[in-house]
Design a protein around this ligand. Structure first.
Ligand SMILES: C#C[C@@H]1N[C@@H](C)[C@@H](O)[C@H]1O
Length: 439
């Protein structure tokens, strides 16, 4: 054991009600909204294919020039109630909102920065409107917060001098003030998802990351904090120098997922993945033809993949500068919602089932021990192979929705063929298994 002052604070998965709710929510939506939505990936007539919220970096725009975009921040079509209805229709149980992305523009009227919605033509506290609207729909709100802040003169990528150290101390105090401000103004927030924490300056200040976690947990009992905030005494991130997860859930799966066979270690801790619909666009980009755009079924596959390994999935939306969503995102939210309305029983409050992965799709397990088969790939054999863990047998199999009983044929010890539905649903479908543990 390496002695640590700023290492992991949880011993295993948190089991308190707030963490249970985080876990049971399973499906979230990300909202990436900021000044970057205005240029939408284009600067001085050139369209950049990189992530739109990083346009300032791709086009090498000086901070003071970039922040002039505030003069154009006027989302006249913004309607928080409509946004909340869209999330509700999608079946998202929580929404993660970029309170401040790397650009430093705050969606709330922070008194610690002049780069906020208060100093734009729109003036209004859009974050406050969103928090109320989502909460009114019974949707939890999580705050994304970028520690790296391109607008702040005291931010440092690394600490190379006494001057750097003094400036960065001022920056960390500024950051503390903004975090306390967010926790005080919006006390119904359930989670802080930190980003922009990969620089040497943060890794050198692991103490601060531990302090920030503790400060928020004292202010908001039950609040969850992602592992990406955390660095330990030695600058180790996410997992401390003793291999223990810091924060309350692992948050490294950004646009990627653990392998269902090789990466089963992730079932030992809570984790949350997040994904974009195009290959890599979080903020609004005007031209989605520049990369592959996932279909609704490909998004649903990723949602189920995460839950089948005991994780959450957050699907990203990048609202337009005018406060409306692009048609593709509205259509996606509707399609996901239709599927979740029919088959959400196999997702919400479900977890890793402990069955070996099969080619036809994924397993999840409900709280009452029922096992769900979520079928994405219909086999030509018309038989769905199920291999149960030792001592577990399959008693019954029924199609979710119609209740149609599937034939269950034992083909070998702990091996079964489950028949496919008489009339194949024209979408990924779910079979609920009744399993029995040998006495
Ligand atoms: C890199 C990076 C950031 N992390 C994702 C969640 C987006 O916010 C992207 O800009």
């Amino acid at each position: 054991e390496i002695p640590l002052k700023y290492g992991a604070t949880n011993d295993g998965k948190r089991q308190d009600p707030a963490m249970q709710k985080f876990r049971d929510n399973r499906l979230g939506a990300f909202i990436h909204w900021g000044l970057y939505a205005i240029p939408g990936g284009e600067w001085n007539g050139k369209v950049y294919g990189g992530a739109a919220e990083w346009l300032k970096s791709w086009a090498k725009v000086p901070a003071d020039e970039w922040l002039k975009l505030m003069d154009q921040w006027n989302p006249t079509k913004f309607d928080a109630k409509k946004w909340a209805k869209m999330a509700k229709e999608m079946g998202a149980k929580y929404v993660k909102i970029t309170t401040k992305h790397h650009e430093g523009f705050c969606l709330w009227p922070s008194k610690y920065s002049k780069y906020t919605v208060a100093n734009t033509p729109y003036k209004k506290d859009v974050l406050g409107e969103m928090v109320k609207a989502y909460n009114d729909e019974g949707i939890d709100v999580h705050f994304y917060f970028s520690v790296m802040d391109w607008s702040h003169p005291d931010y440092r990528y690394s600490i190379k001098s006494e001057e750097d150290s003094i400036a960065f101390s001022r920056f960390l105090e500024f950051t503390d003030n903004q975090l306390k401000e967010l926790a005080t103004r919006y006390p119904t927030v359930k989670d802080f998802w930190f980003d922009g924490t990969w620089d040497a300056s943060i890794k050198k200040n692991g103490w601060w990351t531990a302090h920030a976690e503790q400060m928020l947990k004292e202010m908001l009992p039950g609040v969850t904090i992602n592992s990406r905030l955390r660095a330990d005494d030695n600058g180790k991130r996410h997992f401390d120098s003793n291999g223990r997860l810091m924060g309350d859930y692992e948050s490294g799966y950004e646009r990627r997922l653990p392998d269902p066979v090789k990466d089963l270690k992730v079932t030992q801790w809570d984790w949350e993945a997040c994904m974009t619909i195009p290959e890599n666009q979080w903020g609004y980009h005007k031209d989605w033809s520049l990369s592959y755009v996932k279909t609704p079924i490909e998004v649903i596959d990723r949602i189920v993949h995460a839950v089948s390994m005991g994780g959450n999935m957050v699907v990203n939306f990048g609202p337009q500068a005018d406060g409306d969503f692009r048609p593709e995102e509205k259509a996606l939210a509707t399609a996901i919602g239709k599927w979740m309305h029919r088959y959400g029983e196999a997702v919400y409050a479900c977890d890793y089932a402990g069955f070996d992965k099969q080619d036809w799709g994924y397993y999840t397990r409900g709280k009452n021990g029922e096992v769900y088969m979520i079928v994405f790939n219909q086999p030509y054999s018309e038989r769905l192979v199920v291999k149960t863990p030792k001592g577990i047998s399959v008693e019954k199999a029924a199609l979710l929705g119609t209740g149609e009983e599937m034939n269950v044929v034992e083909t070998a010890r702990n091996e079964y063929n489950i028949s496919i539905p008489e009339k194949s649903p024209d979408e990924p479908y779910v079979i609920r298994l009744k399993v029995r543990a040998a006495k």
